[in-house]
Write a protein that binds this ligand. Sequence first.
Ligand SMILES: [Zn+2]
Ligand SMILES: [Zn+2]
Length: 239
Amino acid sequence: MPENKSNQCSFFDQVLSPQPCLLCQLYPGQPHICAGCSRDLPWLGHCCPRCALPRILDSPHPCGECLQRPPPWQQVIAACHYDFPLNELISRAKYERQLHFIPLLADLLLARLQQLPALPEALIPVPMSRQKLQQRQVNHALLLARQLSKALAIPVLDEQLHKRRDTVQQKDLNRAARQRNLHGSFSLRGPLPASVAIVDDVMTTGATLAEITGLLAGHGVKQCSGWVVARTPESLFAP
Ligand SMILES: [Zn+2]
Ligand SMILES: [Zn+2]
């Protein structure tokens, strides 16, 4: 009898209990991570609405840098600082294909997107070159965009924007070299709606977003936002 009862509990535990937290494995995930691990994430607090760089006080106005040299995009939404454990999760999803982290990463961004008064007409994941796609086998930005698309009922357009050539890893370059490295590396096929969000995992200097946004603006896109899970504290325009 006790043995039977134990079997029943195990069955119901499996059916009714949520998966354990992806981070600590100790408490139930809600649905991916537990409340404690969620609280401990490096959430981005007050930040510039234009470039998402952190600031001390809340303000609807862009930071000084964005006022002096307005970036080619209208808005950047970022969920967290690119810090532990998020950097680890993104790295594992990206380089070790631990794709079970993608729904969690999308949910972090969705939590931030709830504050938006209006949504774009389409989501465009940052594309990979054919060579990089063969190497990694999956574009994690596309997977992220698909998760967001399901939750927000916005279509993903992943056929229009292409990365023409493989570029040197952006993370190995300084700011100026990043811009040079990317110049002319994207191309566009087919029309796009007037407002789009470019989806990626991390925004570092914003060089990729600037290159894509510049291209899209020349093809009739009026409102271009960057949606990223994490933001590093680097600015495209800082000296
Ligand atoms: Zn946890
Ligand atoms: Zn700014």
